[in-house]
Design a protein around this ligand. Structure first.
Ligand code: KIV
Ligand code: NA
Length: 261
């Protein structure tokens, strides 16, 4: 299949064709999503929460992001693969952000990075893009900022968010992800920029949608945000399979003669 690139996404946005994006953190999951026809795979720092079991996205390291990006990059035949710069690789000296971004292209088969922030990140975005690494900006709710914000909160400041997105576009970002804003704010942002906008908790009036895969297939337990939707219950499927297996082992039903040598 022909690889999705920054140009493909821009053409989809210009045509009004919805862009689809989901997170992936490992080979088998990335392969399934790629086969399903997903346009963009995100190796999100959300893996700190949904895979590593942390309470926030802050603990995951760059080395761990690279480890997961390698697996996803190896699995993807068609999807463009974007990798999050984890805290604080997108906040510290710009040269270190360039180094971290370059590792994504050199050490994994992934294609771009994402970093949190807008106007205040313009110089960093420009430097990374100049170095040859495409950048997706992430505005609105910024999970890496949780301790400054005092929790995960809906972001409502239309003027600030529009200027964040415009600054990111101006700096060379190929797309802007918008997290957790009123739909009307995402509408205003999408109208203000020419690059694709990808929403999560941002309503319908964006160029595409992204969700955390573990949420949509029922592999996260406990709190799930209002903006997600569970499309399958693989959690139940796995628990049922494990119960059936242990019953069969305990009852002598597994392995059968056919499953033995
Ligand atoms: O890390 C992540 O999964 C993300 C999405 C929630 C957009 O940044
Ligand atoms: Na993220």
């Amino acid at each position: 299949p022909k690889r999705v690139t920054t140009r493909t996404l821009q053409a989809m946005r210009d045509r009004g064709q919805a862009i689809t994006m989901l997170t992936a953190y490992d080979f088998p999951t990335a392969k399934l999503l790629d086969e399903a026809g997903i346009d963009v795979l995100l190796v999100g720092d959300s893996l700190a929460m949904v895979v590593q079991g942390h309470d926030t996205t802050l603990p995951v390291t760059m080395d761990q992001m690279i480890y997961h990006a390698e697996m996803v990059g190896r699995a993807s035949q068609r999807a463009m693969v974007v990798v999050d710069l984890p805290f604080p690789e997108g906040q510290i000296e710009i040269t270190r952000s360039i180094e971290a971004s370059a590792r994504v292209l050199k050490e994994t088969r992934c294609h771009a990075v994402k970093l949190e922030g807008g106007a205040e990140q313009a110089g960093r975005i420009e430097a990374i893009v100049t170095a040859g690494v495409p950048v997706m900006a992430h505005v609105g709710l910024r999970p890496q900022n949780i301790h400054v914000d005092g929790g995960y909160r809906l972001q409502r400041d239309t003027e600030k968010l529009v200027s964040d997105a415009k600054a990111a576009e101006e700096a060379g970002a190929f797309a802007v992800l918008i997290e957790c804003v009123p739909a009307s704010v995402a509408t205003a942002i999408t109208a203000a920029v020419k690059v694709p906008t990808i929403g999560i908790g941002a309503g319908r009036d964006v160029s595409g949608q992204v969700l955390v895969t573990h949420d949509i297939v029922g592999l996260t337990s406990g709190y799930t945000p209002k903006f997600t939707r569970q499309f399958a219950d693989l959690g139940k499927g796995m628990r049922d399979a494990a119960k059936e297996y242990l019953e069969q082992v305990r009852s002598g039903g597994f392995p059968s003669d056919q499953e033995s040598f």
